[in-house]
Design a protein. Structure first.
Length: 61
């Protein structure tokens, strides 16, 4: 998974403030996650240990 904050519809919203990508990169950058890394973040966010990935790209569901 490639996360590019510049393509995210949630950029510069309150959701961006609570996104794990923002915590890792600040407010700019591109992050590439392997499937195992994304799964780990998903599991940690389910139990409240980290914020979830809040990436929302226009046209993708």
């Amino acid at each position: 998974m490639i996360i590019d904050c510049d393509t995210c519809d949630m950029r510069e919203t309150r959701a961006c403030d609570d996104c794990i990508v923002t915590a890792l990169l600040g407010d700019q950058g591109v992050l590439e996650l392997a499937d195992t890394e994304r799964s780990a973040i998903d599991e940690l966010s389910k139990v409240g240990l980290v914020a979830p990935i809040r990436l929302r790209v226009a046209g993708e569901d």
